[in-house]
Design a binder for this molecule. Structure first.
Ligand code: GLU
Length: 291
């Protein structure tokens, strides 16, 4: 039997907080229990928000917590070629199209559509589905806009992707979804509409690179927060389209602040380094996150 492989995949765009500590320690514990390899992956495709000092702080905080991981660490920004070739394959198969609309144009389109009464469909994170305009453009218009140097992202043509993948997909869940979903969970990627698979500035998006890296690194078990539970539907579909075997998933509870909101880097919630400086030990952190 091959050895299982787990991974923790933080984005270096802020200091790690208790929620990350919980995710990383649970991951590491589960890997140890399974006799698995444990990898750390730096998810830094957002080249504007990712900073080397946050990456250094991630290594420092995780080592302080007592975690160890295999070297070298995969850094997504060094593998844009891998994402580009998968993206090209999806484009060649006419499963992706260039999307020129700006956020403002899309927002205006949705507001106008909603004036007629019916609410515009939203994805599980609450964002409106992409308007159909970009999907419906002719190839000559696309070529012209590209030749004019207009910026564009790439979106998955969800209807085409669903008919290509054929049949219902599911994934194996050993944690739980927001409504207690567990076991063989049926996917519902259509809830996301035509998701972005490559952003305007880089040849990938979170969804595409996470699926490619999990496959290239031979990840067998993905342990991550419940906020990514519904995104797994998109990941499972992309795995099918790209010919990758799916890992098993474990979505864990989220740590909430005193007002019941999910902890967040952007809100500056309880950084691990601040706790360390205040004299907390890794054992204290374990207790604080309920491990
Ligand atoms: N990089 C993502 C984050 O920091 C995690 C991705 C994943 O575990 O699939 O939220």
């Amino acid at each position: 039997m091959t050895q299982p492989v787990f991974r923790f995949a933080p984005s270096p765009n802020g200091p790690l907080h208790l929620g990350h500590a919980y995710s990383a320690m649970l991951n590491h514990d589960m890997a140890a229990d399974a006799g698995a390899r444990f990898l750390l992956r730096i998810e830094d495709i957002d080249t504007g928000r990712s900073q080397p000092e946050f990456e250094r702080a991630i290594f420092h905080d995780l080592a302080w917590l007592g975690l160890d991981w295999e070297e070298p660490v995969r850094r997504q920004s060094e593998h844009f070629d891998d994402y580009r070739s998968a993206l090209d394959a999806l484009i060649d198969e006419e499963l992706a199209y260039p999307a020129f609309m700006s956020r403002g144009e899309a927002r205006a389109f949705v507001a106008e559509a909603e004036q007629d009464g019916a609410p515009w469909p939203r994805d599980p994170d609450g964002a409106p589905h992409a308007p159909p305009l970009d999907r419906e453009r002719s190839s000559s218009e696309r070529r012209q806009r590209m030749a004019d140097g207009e910026p564009y992202a790439w979106r998955l043509d969800m209807a085409a992707a669903l008919s290509r993948s054929g049949g219902k997909l599911d994934w194996l869940e050993s944690g739980a979804g927001p409504d207690g979903e567990a076991g063989a969970v049926p996917t519902d990627p259509a809830r996301w509409g035509d998701v972005v698979i490559a952003r305007k500035d880089v040849p990938t998006s979170y969804h595409l690179s996470v699926v490619i890296d999990d496959a290239l690194q031979g990840i067998t078990h993905v342990v991550r927060g419940r906020d990514l539970f519904h995104a797994t539907s998109v990941h499972r579909l992309l795995q099918e389209l790209l010919g990758f075997a799916p890992p098993a998933y474990h979505h864990h509870r989220l740590l909430l602040d005193e007002t019941g909101r999910k902890l967040s880097k952007s809100k500056g919630d309880g950084g691990l380094s601040a706790l360390r400086l205040a004299g907390a030990t890794p054992a204290d952190v374990r207790r604080m996150v309920g491990l």
